[in-house]
Ligand binder design. Sequence first.
Ligand SMILES: C[S@@+](CC[C@H](N)C(=O)[O-])C[C@H]1O[C@@H](n2cnc3c(N)ncnc32)[C@H](O)[C@@H]1O
Length: 169
Amino acid sequence: MRVDQTQIVATFDQLTELRRQSPTLERLWQEAYGDSYPAQIRPNGFYPVEVFATLERLIGQADGQLLADLGCGDGGAGRYLARRLGMRLIGLDISPRSVAVAETLAADEGLSDRASFQVGDVAATGLPTRSCAAAICLDVLLYVPDKAAALREAARILEPISNSFCSGM
Ligand SMILES: C[S@@+](CC[C@H](N)C(=O)[O-])C[C@H]1O[C@@H](n2cnc3c(N)ncnc32)[C@H](O)[C@@H]1O
């Protein structure tokens, strides 16, 4: 089945707008997760706070190095890890609206000097080869028509010594 990317963007724009505006929806997410709700991140994917401790351990000390948040949405996951690990951040999403929100939130958190965001497809990011020390791609691949191309692209942008690529479907 062919995946219509325009439809994906429209659906996520609608869902994330609802999420941003609805305290009830936010409360439901919190209740569903219980103690595992990653409140500082407010992800649009489904992963508990414990995942981030694992990611921090896997990436390790990475001061000033570049983290790619592929399919970043509002960018909460990338911002959190960049802050915790002292990394620079590039977030990329197919939705221009998400990218604009991610930029605003990064500025609000004082991260503008080391975080940037761009509209793009995870299967063809346009990022330089071997430019990233780590990459995350959280709850994105299930929407990507050519998953193999997205994985090849992640391998291309990662530094050769990096073992840090994390993707939940
Ligand atoms: C479930 S949300 C997850 C967002 C973010 N990773 C998080 O965990 O909060 C999926 C995101 O993937 C983005 N997306 C879907 N297909 C994409 C593609 N081919 N390239 C880049 N982003 C894509 C959507 O716009 C949406 O922001």
